[in-house]
Design a protein around this ligand. Sequence first.
Ligand code: NAI
Ligand code: MG
Length: 368
Amino acid sequence: MIANKNLLLMPGDGIGPEVMTQAKRVLNWLQETKRASFNIEEELVGGASIDAHGVPLTDAALAKAKAADAVLFGSVGGPKWDKVPFNIRPEAGLLKLRSELQVFANLRPAKVFDALAAASSLKPDLVRGLDIMIVRECIGGIYFGEPRGIETLPNGEQKGVNTEVYTTHEIQRVGRVAFELARKRQNRVCSVEKANVMEAGLLWRQVMTKLKAEEFPDVELSHMYADNCAMQLAKNPKQFDVIVTGNLFGDILSDLAAMLTGSLGLLPSATLGAKDASGRIPGFYEPIHGSAPDIAGKGVANPLAEVLSLAMLLRYSFDMQEDADAIEAAVERVLAKAGRTPDIKAEGRPTISTSEMGDALIAELRAI
Ligand code: NAI
Ligand code: MG
């Protein structure tokens, strides 16, 4: 049994607390059945923290996140905080958490559950059995590179500037995460950039090639331009195992891959850092959806993305493979048998609420 791990829950805003409530039931199940014992704490983040403390992330909450063995996050934001200054808006809390925790590798699985193959935007045959993992570098690249800003030129025209920057070190550390993951999967990595038109992409390709030769000769490595990768994901997504790419391309390609699977309400993510001296890897877990203000408070949000984020947490932060497998299998059975929340194509199934989806999941887990 895994004991005494410190877990920080940050439900956030909108549907964040609603879906977190169902993830907590799974945590209770893990503890009741003696699979694990956690020290669980909870902190405000985003708009909820702005309302209570005037900032989207307090120093105390950040300190707890840093001290925790893993953080499970809900979602932040909403129209209520649209007018607050850019640097203290709810999303700033999330960005600060990611950068302070030094988590740089965003893992976005795109996995098609059998019961939902017909709910994909592609033909069922193209996606049935799909299981790909996109590893996106998420604290570097053009979203953070300097110089940046909007300048006014002498002629009165304005100029917006962002800069794509990647160093050898940044490429290597995310590359290692991708190669290590591939070893536990189908042993194939596809590295994606635009080496044909961008120097940062050219360096990316060189560093990945060298990393494979020196540290991962057993893993298959291919290279693809980002635009072609977008086409290939829509045409024949099952050709991929692990895709590794920078921040901007990863943002776009992971959203594209997400849509192959049917519903935003089913997609988890993990963001990992590098191992520290004590062997601990910082891990931050969250569904990819936002706070869904249009349905918040109505009790209809799909909690499965949050629950699957918890399964990733167990897998990657605590090495609890069996329990992660059990939760994912329970989700598969719920999708095959139970009703569906309104975000998933109904296909004749009854519509159920957030808590009813939680009930069905817990029933499956208790039946193990
Ligand atoms: P969103 O993901 O919140 O919602 C997009 C659409 O998907 C909405 O129609 C929503 O109802 C639906 N949806 C999302 N999650 C669902 C779930 N679990 N079950 C059922 N339906 C679901 O994205 P949107 O509308 O662009 O952003 C809303 C707010 O969330 C904004 O303030 C945005 O900044 C914030 N946001 C926060 C993120 C985060 O915390 N990581 C990520 C994306 C957006
Ligand atoms: Mg995005």
